[in-house]
Design a protein around this ligand. Structure first.
Ligand SMILES: Nc1nc2c(c(=O)[nH]1)N[C@H]1C(S)=C(S)[C@@H](COP(=O)(O)OP(=O)(O)OC[C@H]3O[C@@H](n4cnc5c(=O)[nH]c(N)nc54)[C@H](O)[C@@H]3O)O[C@H]1N2
Ligand SMILES: Nc1nc2c(c(=O)[nH]1)N[C@H]1C(S)=C(S)[C@@H](COP(=O)(O)OP(=O)(O)OC[C@H]3O[C@@H](n4cnc5c(=O)[nH]c(N)nc54)[C@H](O)[C@@H]3O)O[C@H]1N2
Ligand SMILES: [Mo]
Length: 774
């Protein structure tokens, strides 16, 4: 049983010795320390492999080897010396495996053999690749309609794998491409496309060195993008400002040392990385941005009256934007009372933030899940864009918009066609190149895919990576929906919950990881990825495959495609023999990839181009577009308000320092001082008292939703934490049972994982032992 003794204060800076110690631990514990060290030295290096961690990029000119603590964990986790093969599955039935934690499942090691579920014995049994592909083909060809199959993608898939996957699935006849992006940065694309004409970040790595201010909004880079700490630190050192907005005090943003600077570590000193830290309420960022705009407008008027230099960039607004007057009228019409109430910040605090914004000539605004996983996320992203446009902070060096992506190739997957709602131009290009009729019906996103399975409208689920059963909301309901399928197929590196939520038939197709050598008929292959700055580069695995039976993701997709479609619309085997041929097809059909194979020879790769960064606005008006949107009337769902229900707290679900999404590396969250458990609920001390509890008490958490269904998780320990009153936090995926399937963002269908209305009740005494050991 866990108790308060596991919560110890961690007062060291982020990065530094703690990080190094942790890397070393994972390294030595990996059982292949020397090989992995050699591999790590090749990570993010020319002719090495791309870090399978996050999508942060590097300067293309930098020859330095860059890796971080969490990148090292990702590599070691993939290249473990433990294996999960037929013997393992003979020993453990699926029902027995279900009783283990997610941590235990993945810790068992790398999947080594294709496996097929036998419902008669409740065990997975080994199957040949040929029979596995045949089973997939039989199911797919027997469906009444191709729209009865869903093809999920997690953002680790390479451009080559993703491109082949979408070609296969579109030739088969559907756009049903739910993907992890639906749960992640969907709002960033949907917010930026109508306003600036492109759905991707407008900055590149080198812009960070030129910025006068960097706003970090709803993002925890110390854990999730540790390599970003370096440019932030450099910025502060140059005298630039780093301005953070986060309801939680995140240690990585408060201060840190970087393991790449040993002298600093020796002195154990640390510098503040931020010059201001604002703690808004969950979901309050749109109101914060509106407040900043309101101050700018006030100062602009004062400047005009007093003949002082303008606050707005009038030349930019005039030449490059449309709709600013209506927008400013909307800003005028927004009451301070509503801004203060919704943002959780005072007018004065917002004034401070606005002053910092104004002081800087060049501002980059970065954001991540704290912005995108809300009901009004698209509107919030648009409001960030608006504030940036007012001072011409888009399309000049050192300034711009930077949604910091999650998975290492989530951005690339979208670029090459993993999209349930593809553009007409994209489909036309596919049709022209491959001479087939592409499906025009809009496909299922993640939420719709679950609903389709629940309603028996979808019968086959194929997952290219990821852990659909755990990453998605409303866990028991989602898992029931998956289990209704006729066939579930998971292409994976490691055992996870999704393998245990089987359809009537189920397959596990084990694949090579990014760290491993991919040998095909023409020799060793590389795969490409696109980072958050739209830089595309090649990655070559370094380590021997974990099992001779593993196939690459492109080869597995080609195997399913060939079994289902034959040599239509391409000769799949030929493409697998040499991935250059896949890249030639990408070059023929996707903008920005002309001369793909040659461009890859440049160390660091090449930039895909970004029209908005060139102040070329691909909007209907050919201008950057202001929209005069209103703040939401209430952040709390209107039906919950109408039912008169009052939440005790609003809950956000986030990542610990020892996890990669649903992959749990360990039970500690060093920077938040939590050790040995993940069942914690971070709450303001005054709230704990207000609600009649004590720090360390165990509570059951229930979420409120309009359908009145009971959604609950139990036995979470209350931990007093530096967060505003009313705002709570707990780890994902354990809290996904609380997120209602229908609670998603307007236009995005992204689950509102950062805004869940909850009530608490004291837990019954718990005699379970939390199993932390492998
Ligand atoms: N080591 C590691 N790296 C990762 C991942 C991982 O799990 N582990 N996951 C990858 C993926 S797929 C992604 S998408 C990214 C995720 O990267 P992040 O977005 O940093 O991930 P979260 O842990 O969800 O953290 C969200 C942060 O936003 C804050 N926040 C929550 N709600 C609000 C809000 O309403 N307003 C504001 N201002 N702040 C808010 C939280 O306190 C938290 O600090 O990281 C990627 N990199
Ligand atoms: N409540 C809540 N829910 C969330 C979030 C949240 O913040 N809160 N965040 C959301 C976000 S941002 C995202 S991106 C999703 C993530 O959703 P997913 O991308 O579906 O989940 P992951 O946990 O990243 O997937 C881990 C699994 O991927 C497999 N894997 C690892 N490497 C490879 C590889 O190289 N190839 C293949 N084929 N498989 C591999 C392993 O088997 C591993 O078990 O979760 C979302 N869900
Ligand atoms: Mo993500």
């Amino acid at each position: 049983m866990t108790d308060k003794s596991n919560i110890k204060s961690y007062d060291k800076p982020a990065g530094g010795w703690g990080a190094l110690r942790s890397v070393t631990k994972f390294w030595i514990g990996s059982e292949k320390p020397i090989k992995n060290l050699r591999a790590m030295l090749k990570m993010n290096h020319h002719k090495g492999f791309d870090c399978p961690g996050c999508a942060w990029g590097e300067s293309p000119e930098s020859g330095m080897v860059k890796f971080c603590e969490n990148g090292a964990k990702a590599v070691n986790w993939e290249s473990t010396g433990h294996y999960v093969g037929p013997d393992f599955f003979a020993k453990h039935s699926v029902s027995a495996l279900k009783r283990h934690t997610d941590y235990w499942l993945e810790s068992q090691g790398r999947l080594t053999h294709p496996m097929q579920y036998n419902p008669a014995t409740d065990h997975y049994e080994s199957v040949s690749w040929e029979d596995a592909f045949k089973l997939v083909a039989t199911h797919l060809t027997q469906l009444e309609s191709p729209h009865q199959a869903n093809f999920y993608t997690s953002g680790r898939a390479s451009n080559e794998a993703a491109y082949l996957y979408q070609l296969f699935v579109r030739a088969y006849g559907t756009n049903n491409f739910p993907d992890c992006s639906n749960m992640c940065h969907e709002a960033s694309g949907l917010g930026m496309t109508p306003t600036i004409g492109v759905g991707k970040g407008t900055v590149v790595f080198d812009d960070f060195a030129k910025a006068d201010a960097i706003f970090v909004i709803g993002q925890n880079p110390g854990t999730n993008h540790p390599r970003m700490l370096e440019p932030l630190r450099e910025a502060v050192r140059r005298g630039a400002q780093v301005v953070c907005f986060n309801p939680l005090k995140e240690r990585g943003l408060e201060r840190f040392q970087n393991p790449q600077h040993p002298t600093e570590m020796l002195s154990n000193g640390s510098e503040p990385t931020n010059t201001a830290y604002f703690s808004p309420a969950l979901g309050g960022d749109m109101a914060v941005m509106r407040g900043i705009a309101k101050w700018l407008l006030t100062w602009e008027r004062e400047a005009q009256q007093n003949n002082q230099p303008a606050i707005f960039d009038h030349e930019f607004l005039q030449r490059h934007t449309q709709g600013v007057d209506d927008y400013l009228a909307a800003v005028d019409a927004t009451e301070w009372e509503q801004i203060e109430q919704q943002s959780g910040l005072s007018r004065d605090e917002i004034r401070h933030a606005a002053a910092m914004y104004c002081k800087a000539e060049r501002v980059i605004m970065c954001w991540a899940m704290g912005i995108t996983q809300h009901h009004h996320s698209v509107a919030t992203v648009k409001e960030i864009v608006h504030v940036q446009l007012l001072r011409g902070n888009v399309g000049k060096p050192g300034a711009g918009l930077s949604p910091v992506r999650g998975h290492s190739n989530v951005q690339g997957d979208r670029t090459v066609g993993i999209n349930e709602d593809p553009s007409e131009a994209f489909l036309n290009a596919m049709e022209e190149r491959f001479s087939f009729t592409a499906p025009r019906k809009k496909g299922n996103n993640t939420i719709q895919a679950i609903q389709a399975m629940e309603q028996d409208k979808a019968k086959v689920f194929i997952g290219l990576g990821g852990n659909f059963a755990q990453a998605t909301p409303d866990t028991p309901r989602t898992q029931e929906a998956l289990a209704k399928c006729d066939l579930t197929v998971q292409i994976s590196t490691k055992l996870n919950r999704s393998h245990l939520i089987t359809g009537k038939a189920a397959l596990i197709l084990p694949c090579l990881g990014r760290t491993e050598v991919d040998m095909q008929a023409s020799g060793q292959q590389g795969i490409t990825v696109e980072d958050t700055f739209s830089m595309v580069h090649i990655s070559h695995g370094q380590l021997p495959p974990s099992s001779p039976l593993l196939r690459s993701e492109p080869a597995i997709i080609a195997g399913m495609a060939k079994a289902t479609l034959g040599d239509y619309p391409v000769n799949w085997d030929e493409l697998i023999a040499d991935y250059d041929r896949i890249r030639d097809l990408i070059a023929d059909t996707i903008p920005g990839f002309a001369d793909f194979n040659r461009k890859l020879q440049h160390p660091g790769g090449f930039h895909l181009g970004n029209a908005a960064a060139q102040r070329n606005w691909l909007t209907p008006s050919s201008k950057a577009q202001f929209e005069s949107i209103k703040l939401p009337d209430s952040l709390l769902n209107a039906d919950i308000v109408a039912r008169g229900e009052k939440p005790d707290l609003i809950l956000q679900t986030l990542r610990s320092h020892d996890q990669y999404n649903t992959t749990i590396y360990g039970m500690n969250d060093r920077y938040r001082s939590v050790f040995g458990t993940r069942h914690v609920l971070f709450v303001n001390a005054k709230d704990i008292e207000r609600l009649g509890f004590k720090d360390g008490d165990k509570v059951d958490i229930t979420s409120l939703w309009k359908d009145g269904k009971k959604r609950q998780v139990t036995q979470f320990m209350l931990v007093a934490y530096d967060t505003p009153m009313g705002q709570a936090a707990a780890y994902y995926p354990e809290t996904n049972p609380l997120v209602p399937l229908e609670s998603y963002g307007e236009g995005t269908f992204t689950p509102t994982s950062k805004f869940i209305a909850i009530t608490l009740a004291k837990s019954a005494p718990d005699n379970r032992i939390e199993v932390a050991a492998v």
